[in-house]
Ligand binder design. Structure first.
Ligand SMILES: [Zn+2]
Length: 238
């Protein structure tokens, strides 16, 4: 028997009444078969929901099977707020996709727990989603250079180029870039330390540009976009 704690990022049907849940844990992704989880009588009916933070006891080596489990935090209950829930599904899909890449899973798992706690009760939760997406770039080894001009190391009045993955001064402007204001918001999110409990304030008028920066960055540097992003577009309009 083994014990894992993790966030359910995804689940798939297995035979008629069972499911396989994919947990993100501090050692990475773990797939667990839950027998009969779709039957009304199952004691695990409420356990196997995407976004739940759970503790599970499993047996089996190649095929891990759930023996017992409990919900630590039911972030799945956020589904009553469709927009927030969709943002979180987008995040879950992103983390699932890159969970098979070699990176610091312990760091991301612990960060994810903190981010979910922040998002759960906040109305202004979108910057926390963005923060997670930006910090993941660092773990994936495609971190942007946000501090000094890529050409002359100037640190004043910088703008940001997604394609170049870095910042430029007024003397070395690239063809296409995001303003200093957008860059300042991206910097704030990228370097934000959740452990220090500062207040996070991001101007709402910048959220659309920040969204575009992140989407374009993942597309250009990692060739990735989530399927949930389309649903999100239907809800938020961009
Ligand atoms: Zn320069």
């Amino acid at each position: 028997m083994e014990e894992y704690r993790g966030i359910i990022l995804k689940k798939i049907n297995f035979k008629e009444s069972s499911e396989i849940i994919y947990l993100y844990t501090e050692t990475g992704l773990v797939g667990v078969l839950v027998h009969g989880s779709k039957t009304m009588k199952s004691p695990h009916l409420n356990l196997t929901k995407v976004l739940n933070h759970v503790k599970v006891i499993i047996s089996g080596k190649n095929l891990k099977v759930l023996r017992d489990g409990e919900v630590i935090n039911n972030y799945s209950s956020i589904h009553s707020d469709l927009e927030k829930y969709t943002y979180l599904l987008h995040l879950a899909e992103l983390i699932y996709y890159f969970s098979t890449h070699e990176h610091d899973h312990e760091k991301l798992y612990n960060f994810l727990i903190k981010i979910l706690e922040q998002i759960k009760d906040k109305e202004e939760y979108i910057p926390y989603i963005n923060m997670c997406e930006l910090k993941l770039l660092y773990l994936l080894g495609v971190n942007p250079n946000l501090n000094s001009c890529m050409i002359c190391q100037n640190t004043q009045n910088l703008v940001f180029s997604v394609k170049e993955g870095g910042v430029f001064c007024p003397d070395h402007l690239p063809d296409y870039y995001y303003s200093n204001k957008v860059l300042a918001a991206v910097q704030k999110l990228y370097y934000f330390d959740l452990n220090k409990e500062q207040r996070l304030e991001i101007d709402n008028s910048l959220l659309r540009d920040i969204r575009n920066v992140i989407d374009e960055y993942y597309d250009y540097h990692l060739n990735y976009h989530s399927k949930t992003r389309k649903m999100l577009k239907g809800l938020i309009g961009y």
